[in-house]
Design a protein around this ligand. Structure first.
Ligand code: SAM
Ligand code: DTB
Ligand code: SF4
Length: 327
């Protein structure tokens, strides 16, 4: 593509009908052209070089009935993980305050469930946790598995503004990653989250042994959601011993950069979150990811159950790159 063609592409309006072929063409552009295109779109639509900081807390850990092949929390696999029942309201608040003091503006609570309970004390606790965290002045995000419309409406009412529910990969590869639920189940929950008026946080994982075609398939699905998800986490698989994917081959950092850049081009307004796997990424790789479109990350030494860079290391990186944390 010539310089003028690239410049023209940067200005194109949002589309909801990208085909896999078109996505593949973007992904496979010569890297300098891809970086220019993605970075141009990013600077145009997300001016300010800002970075949004969220913090994660696992409020119910392990023992999950689903068999997601990447997940240390699945009861189907023998990992070193120590399970934990649901945290109480006070513990959640203590952790939320810590996250806020560290500089996070959004607090994301995750639970290893197929779906949250429909009612009862645990359900009330969830809703109270959302209210309490919101009252601290934090944005509230939850990721609890599949939701009914009622549950989605209640969470929205309790102050949850983002719901995370990933599609992970292409519909065809998904069948080799999880067999206890379907892609359509995921899409249904996403539709309910949208209907309830919450913002959608939906993305995927790279490094699960997928073909590049599967990455295009995921981006095609995300691109066809209307509106696009407000937040798109791109996770690099954290290989956990005991899970079926623990021996997966590493992906080359440039492949990750291509994935983030292509995400930026097909979902130009979404906030791209450089999520799991950052302990394995050099600062240079992360810098490239921020250049081509990532604009948010998880702050704090723990994701849900696995490691993440320290808050101090991340703040130093953010400063080095001249990014401004969102207030
Ligand atoms: N149980 C809920 C669900 O599946 O939606 C919420 C929690 S689940 C742990 C949230 C997301 O974390 C998954 O959808 C997956 O994309 C991501 N994830 C889980 N294990 C991971 C791993 N080992 N490496 C990278 N991402 C992972
Ligand atoms: C997402 O896409 N990544 C975060 C968040 N959503 C909930 C979770 C990553 C989990 C990594 C494995 C773990 O720590 O258990
Ligand atoms: Fe359960 Fe979520 Fe882990 Fe799948 S990703 S095993 S649903 S906690």
């Amino acid at each position: 593509m010539t310089f003028n063609e690239l410049l023209e592409r940067i200005q194109l309006p949002i589309r909801y009908n990208f085909t896999r072929n078109e996505i593949s063409e973007i992904y496979n552009l010569p890297l300098p052209s891809l970086v220019f295109l993605a970075s141009g779109i990013h600077q145009q639509r997300h001016p300010g070089n800002n970075v949004q900081l969220s913090s994660l807390l696992s409020i119910k850990t392990g023992g999950c009935k689903e068999n997601c092949a990447y997940c240390p929390q699945s009861a189907h696999y023998q990992t070193q993980l120590e399970g934990q029942g649901m945290l109480d309201e006070n513990e959640i608040l203590v952790q939320a305050r810590k996250a806020q003091a560290m500089g996070a503006t959004r607090f994301c609570m995750g639970a290893a469930w197929t779906s949250p309970p429909q009612s009862g004390p645990m359900y009330d606790l969830l809703l109270n946790a959302a209210r309490n965290v919101k009252a601290l002045g934090l944005e509230v995000c939850m990721t609890l598995g599949m939701l009914t419309q009622n549950q989605a409406d209640d969470l929205k009412e309790a102050g949850v503004s983002y719901y995370n529910h990933n599609l992970d990969t292409s519909p065809e590869y998904y069948k080799s990653i999880v067999t206890t639920r379907t892609y359509d189940d995921r899409l249904q929950t996403l539709a309910r989250v949208r209907k309830a008026g919450m913002s959608v946080c939906c993305g995927g994982i790279v490094g699960m042994g997928e073909k590049t075609e599967d990455r295009f398939g995921l981006l095609e699905q995300l691109n066809h959601l209307q509106p696009h998800p407000e937040s798109v986490p791109v996770n690099m698989l954290v290989k956990v011993e005991g899970t079926p994917l623990s021996q997966s081959e590493n992906i080359h950092p440039i492949e990750l950069v291509r994935m983030i850049a292509t995400t930026r081009v097909v979902l130009p307004e979404s906030k791209i979150r450089l999520s799991a796997g950052r302990l394995e990424m050099s600062e240079e790789t992360q810098a490239l990811c921020f250049i081509v479109g990532a604009a948010s990350l998880f702050l704090g030494e723990k994701l849900l159950t696995t490691g993440n860079p320290s808050g101090d290391a991340d703040k130093a990186l953010i400063q080095k790159l001249g990014l401004t944390p969102e207030q």
